[in-house]
Design a protein around this ligand. Structure first.
Ligand SMILES: *Cc1c(COP(=O)(O)O)cnc(C)c1O
Ligand SMILES: [Zn+2]
Length: 460
């Protein structure tokens, strides 16, 4: 069991070491005086502009609906001598770090680039592939969310995190719990329970299975948060989640030496897309990486494509009757079911619609056949296995090359959001997380309240 480490002394005050850092220092000073900011970051509401001190705060206290953002005192990015994702600590809402090698890993593609005739293809691989420096043992970029969120709760919050997940997010938080001992309450559909494994034993996970789909487990998870001491992770509203996922854009840009022209990602909630946009704005503000935001190319899996449908019809609102007809059935048909969120932060201020508008982005839908065909080509070329969602993303890139919506020499960042499941099984043991409680899809939380309260008491 390891604990959250303090940042080494001396790094806390570190300033930009590139030309122009004197001017930057000055700006930073003004910035912190103006906002009376002694912290490394504050939260800011995009609707009313209120500056909010962070107490694991996920919504504006004035009741606004926009996504609150972290404002970092440092406007330039220095890579810190810390492990994994924590090398991007400058722009993560935390003070300490965890001794984990998990982080984004970007490389310039040769094989897939050649296959597609691209000269500037960068692949950011969030999964397990040690030969490429990728050490996410839970195998998806959800661990980039779980690591900073766990630290943020420990530093700024006061409770046990609750997560509702179709699998990848739950597994990522279980993995971080196994590594840190931080307790978590995870609610998953019964059908997803086999995806909840870790590479080290867990002792502090309260796993609850719901006999229903993802939407049912979200509803039950929300109800569980009525139990004192349990706090909702926050989803897209959680700045640690977004800025953790945003490190893919940071790593891709630092590796390429510039902001990419295009960013490709498969989305369900779209949180990673919002995160990529926010990270790109910070990089633009840094000044060393270019002034043009990358076009976001976000993609969903047919037949469940609510955001794609709304965007292609130039609508800020998702209309369930037209954008996700027969949702339950559509959800059951997709190859990549992590891409099936029914209430994505699309219309909300600072959400996907705004991100696509600001970056002159696109949304596309990919069929299962296109995804599996793309997967074959990618696996043959790059020689690593993919999460189905990543295959959907590869298919979108292939399509964009074919239609000419990206140029052959454009700088492209392909976010491979998950993979290396087969690779990690060669190296690491896998422990299945045992459910503590199972409930029916329409269960009320009172049925298990006493039991969960007892667990909370033992783990708080
Ligand atoms: C969650 C997930 C996505 C979608 O991420 P969002 O940005 O939250 O929509 C894509 N790929 C994988 C592997 C995921 O686990
Ligand atoms: Zn507000």
């Amino acid at each position: 069991m390891t604990s959250i480490a303090e940042r080494p002394e001396g790094q806390k005050q570190e300033q930009g070491q590139h030309p122009g850092s004197a001017a930057t220092e000055d700006t930073e000073q003004k910035f912190s005086q103006a906002m009376n900011m002694t912290e490394k970051y504050v939260l800011r509401c995009p609707d009313c502009g209120t500056i909010i001190p962070d107490h694991y705060t996920n919504v504006c206290p004035k009741g606004c609906t926009g996504l609150i953002r972290a404002d970092y005192r440092k406007t330039t990015l220095d890579i810190q001598p810390l492990p994994g994702i924590f090398r991007f600590s400058d722009w993560l809402p935390l003070e300490g770090y965890l001794p984990s090698d998990a982080g984004p890993a970007t490389y310039r593609s040769e094989a897939m680039a050649r296959e597609l005739g691209l000269s500037n293809l960068f692949i950011s691989f969030s999964g397990y592939w040690p030969e490429r420096g990728a050490h996410i043992e839970s195998c998806s970029f959800k661990e980039l969310e779980a690591l900073p969120t766990t630290v943020r709760m420990k530093e700024k919050g006061n409770g046990i995190l609750q997560i509702s997940s179709a699998g990848n997010t739950g597994r990522a938080f279980c993995q971080v719990s196994a590594a840190t001992g931080a307790p978590v309450v995870v609610v998953v559909p019964e059908s997803a329970v086999g995806r909840l494994w870790t590479t080290a034993p867990t002792e502090n996970v309260c796993l609850i299975t719901v006999d229903g789909d993802y939407t049912d487990s979200i509803a039950f998870g929300n109800a569980v948060c009525s139990i004192p001491g349990i706090v909702a992770e926050g989803g897209a509203r959680n700045v640690a989640r977004r800025d953790g996922m945003g490190t893919v854009m940071l790593d891709g840009t630092v590796t390429a030496g510039r902001l990419p022209d295009h960013y490709f990602q498969a989305v369900g909630s779209g949180t990673g897309g919002i995160a990529a946009w926010e990270a790109a704005m910070r990089l633009k503000g840094d000044g060393r990486f270019g002034t043009r935001l990358p076009h976001l190319h976000l993609v969903q899996n047919e037949p469940f494509v609510p955001m794609t449908h709304a965007w292609q019809n130039n609508r800020r609102e998702i209309i369930p009757e037209t954008d996700m007809t027969d949702a339950r059935h559509a959800v059951s048909q997709v190859y990549a079911d992590v891409l099936t969120n029914r209430e994505p932060p699309y219309a909300v201020r600072g959400g996907i619609y705004d991100a696509l508008t600001a970056t002159n982005g696109t949304m596309d839908g990919i069929t299962n056949a296109e995804a599996t065909e793309a997967e074959k080509r990618f696996v043959d070329a790059e020689e690593i296995d993919l999460d189905p969602a990543a295959s959907v993303c590869v298919a979108a890139l292939i399509k964009a090359v074919e239609t000419g919506s990206v140029g052959k020499d454009d700088c492209i960042l392909l976010n491979i959001t998950g993979g290396g499941y087969r690779r990690v099984a060669e190296d690491k043991p896998q422990f299945l997380v045992e459910p503590l409680f199972g409930v029916k899809g329409d269960a009320v939380v009172d049925a298990v309240r006493r039991d969960i309260e007892g667990w909370v008491k033992n783990h708080a």
